[in-house]
Design a binder for this molecule. Structure first.
Ligand code: GDP
Length: 191
């Protein structure tokens, strides 16, 4: 069942001036490149192909906004973790995410982490960026790649490493693990 049938792509922002008006509520999605962020957004929103827009050439280094319902948005952050990301590109989007952090409408951050990798240095960098008191929810993605026991072990390890800085859950856009739980968390934050 599609949970956000009206969801639509809003805008790719290359500068804070291009952000939508700072009204209503929004939740940011971040993650290392290839962590499964686009797939997670599609599964949670229930619109196959929605986040593909953000992968079009030239958009991967921008902040991509989607409207779920009027006044409720998600914002897809550039994937990080490729050592090859040129310094010039990084210096372009760092001011963008710093401006994002200042927005009144920002309700929290969904952080997508490959369950097999666990919390990496790049993820820690992002957690350090988050404003104190800002909520973070971690999706341990691709949980279908592990057996149940291994997945639960990874969940315990991530929970321990995060030390209360984030809520954590198992997630798979492939077999649907945790999709309803993630939808509920997102809806609660956007309410
Ligand atoms: P992004 O770069 O973080 O947006 O990652 P994508 O959503 O594009 O996914 C990266 C790769 O992981 C693709 O090949 C996906 O098919 C695969 N993938 C994403 N989610 C899952 C999942 O839940 N399970 C499995 N097995 N593969 C996944």
């Amino acid at each position: 069942m599609s949970r956000f049938q009206q969801a639509r792509f809003l805008v790719s922002a290359a500068a804070p001036g291009q952000f939508p008006p700072d009204l209503g509520a929004e939740v940011a999605f971040a993650g290392r490149s290839n962590a499964g962020k686009s797939s997670a957004i599609n599964a949670i929103v229930g619109r196959h192909g929605l986040a593909r827009t953000a992968k079009l050439p030239g958009r991967t280094r921008l902040l991509n906004y989607f409207e779920l319902t009027p006044g409720k948005r998600i914002v897809d952050l550039p994937g990080y973790g490729y050592a090859s990301a040129p310094e010039a590109e990084r210096s372009k989007w760092l001011p963008l995410i710093d401006a994002l952090k200042e927005r009144e409408s920002l309700r929290g951050l969904f952080l997508v982490i490959d369950v097999r990798r666990g919390v990496t240095e790049g993820d820690e960098g992002l957690l350090a960026w988050v404003a104190p008191g800002q909520r973070v929810h971690v999706l341990l993605s691709k949980a279908d790649k592990l057996g149940r026991g291994e997945a639960l072990k990874a969940l315990r390890a991530a929970t321990a490493q995060l030390e209360g800085r984030a809520s954590v859950q198992l997630f798979s856009s492939m077999d649907g693990t945790g999709v309803a739980q993630a939808q509920d968390a997102l809806k609660a934050w956007l309410a």
